[in-house]
Design a protein around this ligand. Sequence first.
Ligand code: F3S
Length: 410
Amino acid sequence: MRLTAEEQAMLAGRDGEAVQTAMEILVKMGEMYGAERLLDVDSVHIVLAMYKSIYDAGVEVVEKFADLGGRFKVPTTLDPCGMDTERWAEFKTPPEYAAKQLRVTKGYEKMGAIPIWTCTPYLTGNLPRFGQHVAWTESSAVCFINSIIGARSNRETAVIDVAAGLTGKIPEHGLHLTENRRGRLLIEVDPSLELSPRDLVALGYFVGKRAGNKIPVVTGLRPDLKIDTLKAMMAALAASGGVALCLLVGISPEARTVEEAFQGHAPEEAIAFGATELASTKAEMSTVQSGKIDLVAVGCPHYSITEVGEVLKLMKGRHVAPGTEFWIYLTKQTATLAERLGYRTALEALGVQFCLETCMLISPVETWGFKTLMTDSGKCAYYAPMQCKTEVVFGSIAECVEAAVAGSVG
Ligand code: F3S
């Protein structure tokens, strides 16, 4: 790799051992990918954050960089914390787990991370622009910023993200290069389908499963889809497949036309998505179709204030059924707005709880012994059987509310 004089000095230890180690990691990674140089990145988002997924090794990495004097060079935000940041004890978090998570929190405080713990940093102050190079982890967020904003990031991995934050650099490879951002697979949605937000999540799930390592291009969508819908769709897409960029014709800035999305090339493959595919995908997203619901979990990715307000409206003053939990995952900022609007008090009076700055999959939900979880999230539907050890029912937000009130579905 060609390194600038500044980068060579960083690699030689001029800025301390933390930066030197980070540079060694990035240079090795760049050589592995055949990158010619390092790029400056404008922001970083870190996934090495939740104890449930990083274990003791992750805690040690964070502490090591912090102890070596590492300080983040560019704005760096954090993926959800491995437990509710305020009420972790009430959410049955084992104390020894909490102690490890708090060590991670302390390490990032020392390194100067922006203490926003979320999978939607683009809605909470870390918003890249079109064409900007960033180094982000969190599959749903990377897919959102590449596809909907046209910012440039690969799906980076744990430790690489910390190294990028400490140096402000990432090897130039993959989706940082224009030629690697062209579509390969055409997904033609039947334009006569009236797709609801829940259907669009199912479409995302379908596309992710079919895409493999090809960048999908989706046609037949209305151009006026809302941010919350796109957020949920991108999360499903990035969970069921390894997708980091999905070009939605008429929505993605790099896909104003089909020709632009494919950069003048022909698609390598074309797949139709119609009523049959929609129905079979929705069926596939639930492991059971009826029965008692122990937990309704929404907010994967973290809910916006609009979505919180929608839940309150749909509850229509009814209480969550005894023996069922209803949890909304969201950021502290959104919770503050919900408090100001009176939503939080009203929802809590109905038995709906806020889970702050954490994740429904990467927190110790299994300590509750839930058997069946219901969600409106394609990402949660995909991972819950593995991560939460539960059966899963996928439904719209209205269906989730009805299940919470009834305590069951079907
Ligand atoms: Fe966010 Fe966790 Fe879902 S990180 S996208 S709530 S799996």
